[in-house]
Design a protein around this ligand. Sequence first.
Ligand code: FES
Length: 148
Amino acid sequence: MINKRRKFLKTACAPVVFSMFGVSLIEACSKEDDSPTVNNLNNQDNTSGSNSNNSVTINLEDSNFSSLNNVGGWINYSAENMLLLRITSTEIRAFSNVCPHQGSQNRWSYSNSKFSCAQHNRSFEDSCSGGLTCYTATLQGSTLTVTR
Ligand code: FES
């Protein structure tokens, strides 16, 4: 008799087994729907205008980015591991701030169209073929979007 019950429980479909124990399948599903979802978390990130997995949105009206208002202005945006450089009134370039030589991220300076890393005094052109990893940067009004 016990073996017959075990065999039945192993082969019966889930709704039948749930109903035997007084649990409806609808109740089990409604608990799933109450939990947070990945989509909700992504929407919160987009609303705050910061960071999703591979894209960063920056409000250039934020005073932390005021150095990017003038051509030649730059910033080491260390929170996102990137160097940002105002090239023209309509273009900002974005690079990884990881030095291609040995990975230093916080010894940067900029002059004469080159970023220089003071760790071992290497310089890199400010073009996307100058040695630094270049990201896609799109400027729309005062919003900069960088995609890695
Ligand atoms: S780590 Fe930058 S020059 Fe060596």
